[in-house]
Ligand binder design. Sequence first.
Ligand SMILES: [Zn+2]
Length: 284
Amino acid sequence: MSPRWLVKKAARQGLALGSWASGSMRARRVLSRGPRVRVVTYHRIGHEPQEPFCVTPDAFDGHVRYLAERELAVSLDDVIAFVAGRAELPDGACLVTIDDGCVSTLTEALPILARHRVPAVAFVTASLVGLKVDALPEPYLGWDELRELAASELVEIGSHAYTHRSLGLMGAEDARHEAFESKAVLERELGREVRSFAYPFGTRSDFDARTERALADAGYTVAFNSMHGAVRRGMDPISLPRIKVEGGEAQWMFRLLAQGAMDPWRVVDQNLWRLQRVRQEIVG
Ligand SMILES: [Zn+2]
């Protein structure tokens, strides 16, 4: 185990346990206006030790089973209706999302989702479909495989931009192209409407009012960034936060994560953004 890995895991576990033990989770639930639901983010399902972007099939099965048994698994439709105030969802409900469109979304995640009848959204980068690069841990799904995934009627395909670059750091025209082109290509190839978008990287510098306008103009109903946080009724559907699930963490960590013990992590996200900005100002 590398020291950095251990320090980061200790910090996450410490925050989750501290939040749980201090009763602040319960206090937030009582004080918050209405239920909070969470959109959890995965990337790859497989066996890559000490890789935060990869969760083992056993761990993923445990997470999905936990949500299914407590009837906390919800669909994209449910989240859209909840944000708009048209539907009630239980506090602690979760939508599963899987970014990048890697092969394990079909080979590992889908059978587990199907076993527990849990819906999910897979965010796919249109220009990377079918790409195999030796340096990458997994190939990207091809068009036939994506059609198979969509045909399950359990996994909805969303856009993860056209080229997997930061929309916030590119020119306005390029960002609009990412939004429009990825939607057009995915819809043409899959024969289905693509109504959701997840920003590549999704940190505070990867989206802004301009990119949100581009997504709305392109016709997306809902868009997710990667800022850590819960989703509440009345939020702007084109700017929703998510919660990243990391590899190498125990089942109890996922339960606390799903119940909101890691919600204060958003402070870390916001301050990292400030630090980044300070650095940009110094560098010019
Ligand atoms: Zn990504």
